[in-house]
Design a protein around this ligand. Structure first.
Ligand SMILES: Nc1ncnc2c1ncn2[C@@H]1O[C@H](COP(=O)(O)OP(=O)(O)OP(=O)(O)O)[C@@H](O)[C@H]1O
Ligand SMILES: [Mg+2]
Length: 320
């Protein structure tokens, strides 16, 4: 098989806090093939945003990657120079962050920010054409009156509008991989659906790959090729979307899917007993074991490997 676009191997990361070090990511491994649409799901606090930031090398200042590799087209991003990383992030790898306010630069207008991306990607493009492209990008995410919007500063926009500007920015970059962190959350439900459709259509047109972080299993089921399920900083299961919904193997995934009918407003429900563990002192071995109905005192305190059970289906549980 050809080289994957992104291969994350055994990535560990955490945060320094007053009470010590939070060991959040516990050896995350995932693969994204060219053009593939990957959903990343798991309840709040399981480390989805941390995974994204660790991949991109943009953890907050108290965060640190403690081990593993992030291979992008075979090149380890952890070894790349800051300059190289910055270039790569602009062109091949781009992100839409959970908090759109923080992603936009408050001192530049929307137009200036879109223009900066276009200048980086198309050094020879005349200013007039760049302006036209920027207007089209804003229109493509259904922002009204895009010409006027070019002159607006981020603070003049609502959360939903900022989110759409971020999506427009990501799409203008023509990146091979777009990592999107819940880009629907700042939008109301009808607009979320519209923007989701636009986003996926544009991703498909550009044949970009995406890692799409979401709470919505509905979104995953409808749009994604493959799904990674995360629990407390590790990948517990991965499979093609149909396969995962038809045949969930990990007890956590089973609980997650069973809880779906109770899903209201897009949050992963409280249907699963217990809570995400304390990262300062996480359970040894399988981090799900304190909540697991299939707990085995012999097996679970050892860390289960992610094993391939066939059909491109991986699961980390002693039962398989
Ligand atoms: N800067 C930080 N300093 C300390 N702890 C942090 C920091 N950022 C995140 N954490 C902790 O790391 C854990 C994982 O957080 P993360 O934001 O990655 O989860 P998530 O899966 O994205 O959650 P959500 O679905 O709510 O966005 C949480 O316990 C969170 O409190
Ligand atoms: Mg998050």
């Amino acid at each position: 098989m050809s080289q994957p676009l992104l291969e994350v191997r055994d990535l560990s990361a955490g945060y320094r806090v007053y009470k010590g070090f939070l060991r959040v990511l516990d050896g995350v491994s995932l693969t994204v093939r060219r053009g593939e649409k990957i959903g990343l799901v798991g309840e709040s606090g399981c480390g989805k945003t941390t995974t994204m930031r660790a991949i991109l090398g943009v953890l907050p200042s108290n965060g640190r990657v403690t081990g593993g590799q992030v291979l992008f087209e075979g090149r380890d991003l952890r070894q790349a120079s800051p300059r190289e990383l910055q270039r790569l992030r602009g062109r091949k790898l781009t992100a839409i962050f959970q908090n759109p306010g923080a992603a936009l630069n408050p001192v530049f207008t929307v137009g200036q920010q879109l223009d900066a991306v276009l200048r980086a990607h198309h050094p020879g493009m005349p200013a007039r054409e760049r302006r036209q492209r920027a207007i089209e990008a804003l229109a493509s995410v259904r922002l009204p009156d895009p010409e006027r919007l070019l002159n607006n500063y981020p603070v003049q926009l609502s959360g939903g509008m900022k989110q759409r500007v971020c999506i427009a920015l990501a799409l203008l970059s023509d990146a091979d991989l777009i990592i999107a962190d819940e880009p629907g959350t700042a939008l109301d439900v009808t607009i979320e659906d519209q923007v989701m459709r636009l986003f996926m259509r544009l991703v498909e047109e550009r044949q970009s790959a995406t890692i799409f972080i979401t709470h919505s299993l509905g979104v995953v089921r409808q749009w994604m090729d493959r799904v990674y399920v995360m629990y407390a900083g590790s990948i517990v299961e991965a499979a093609p979307t149909q396969e995962l919904f038809r045949n969930p193997l990990h007890p956590y995934t089973q609980a997650l899917l069973k809880a779906v009918p109770k899903l209201t407003g897009g949050g992963i429900p409280k249907g699963i007993e217990g809570r995400v563990p304390d990262y300062a002192d996480p359970p040894a071995g399988c981090r799900f074991h304190p909540r697991c109905p299939f707990y085995s005192p012999d097996r679970c305190p050892a860390r289960p490997a992610l094993v391939d059970v066939g059909n491109d289906h991986l699961v980390a549980c002693y039962q398989y």
